[in-house]
Design a protein. Structure first.
Length: 94
């Protein structure tokens, strides 16, 4: 992957010195060290995304079962509107 983008930001004198020491200690340039640090961070943050994806799949799989309770009338939810109208009609008549 070629590097053709430039990004700059301000850091404290102490942070810059620490970056220089760390890069020197690893035999890298500051740019190489920052590239590695950012790549590592992105990979770790994507791990959380994978967890979110697993959670989403779990919810999606469970969604088909939510609200389904055993009862005597398996078509109760399909007939809810008609049943409610019938009960209201009985109340009004009574």
């Amino acid at each position: 992957m070629g590097k053709n983008e430039i990004y700059s930001w301000r850091v404290s004198t102490e942070t810059k010195a620490a970056l220089e020491r760390a890069a020197r200690g690893q035999g890298k340039s500051i740019a190489q060290l920052l590239e590695q640090l950012v790549q590592n961070w992105l990979e770790q943050s994507n791990a959380g995304t994978e967890d979110d994806e697993a959670q989403r799949r779990l919810h999606q799989g469970a969604a088909g079962w939510l609200g389904k309770l055993r009862g005597r009338n398996p078509s109760r939810s399909k007939r809810a509107r008609e049943d409610l109208r019938a009960r209201l009609k009985q109340r009004r008549a009574g």
